[in-house]
Design a protein around this ligand. Structure first.
Ligand SMILES: C[S@@+](CC[C@H](N)C(=O)[O-])C[C@H]1O[C@@H](n2cnc3c(N)ncnc32)[C@H](O)[C@@H]1O
Length: 190
């Protein structure tokens, strides 16, 4: 890869979650422990915000992201097979636009988004500099970066570690909702 970071697919820590296992992310039992509705609500995007969901996978959160805004919801993932599943889940929602891309090289205009949601994805992206540089670039000043993490994910990142990753890269911590092992953290772009 041109960014110098190797990409491996698999279920272990640091590997890209394979589309072959996508159905497990949509398992109805997941809803019992991680509510997609409450997670997206905790991001507290403005009702007309233009929002990017980075690493949407098969779209567990995507219908709620699309419903949360009357603006556009861009659902982006590295894997086309993931996007095909996500598309089925937002079929009836006009605000949703699907994009296949790498989160470290976003084909999106600068300062064109009000909010970004990254849910259980960050641990799969070794190039944090590239990812946050791009998220910072596409967010407008004062835009919201919401990061959802759960210990159920092998790539779980503790809040203190997340802050240490995000804050030096042009974001300021605003608030956290949830408990230590499953939370949504909001950062403002500065
Ligand atoms: C564990 S899944 C989570 C999917 C979804 N957010 C959820 O919680 O159900 C991680 C997703 O991030 C995507 N992903 C990993 N690295 C990525 C990258 N560099 N750019 C874009 N998407 C990436 C994977 O393809 C996968 O769909």
């Amino acid at each position: 890869m041109s960014d110098g970071h190797a990409r491996e697919f698999g279920l272990d820590r640091g590997k890209v979650f394979p589309a072959a296992n996508a159905r497990s992310l949509l398992n109805p039992l997941r809803r019992l422990v991680q509510s997609a509705r409450r997670t997206v609500a905790a991001a507290a995007f403005e009702p007309d915000a233009r929002v990017l969901e980075l690493g949407c996978g098969p779209g567990f959160f995507s219908p709620w992201v699309a419903r949360a805004t009357s603006g556009t919801a861009v659902l982006l993932d590295l894997q086309m097979e993931m996007l095909q599943l996500a598309r089925d889940r937002v079929r009836d929602q006009d605000s949703a636009v699907l994009v296949q891309a790498d989160g470290t090289r976003l084909p999106l205009a600068s300062s064109s988004f009000d909010g970004v949601l990254i849910a259980t994805v960050l641990g799969e992206i070794p190039d944090h500099d590239g990812c946050f540089r791009e998220v910072h670039r596409i967010l407008r000043d004062g835009g919201v970066l919401a990061v959802a993490e759960t210990r159920r994910d092998s790539d779980f990142i503790k809040l203190e570690d997340l802050k240490a990753l995000v804050e030096p890269r042009g974001f300021q911590f605003v608030a956290k909702r949830g408990i230590p092992w499953q939370y949504v953290a909001r950062f403002g772009r500065v």
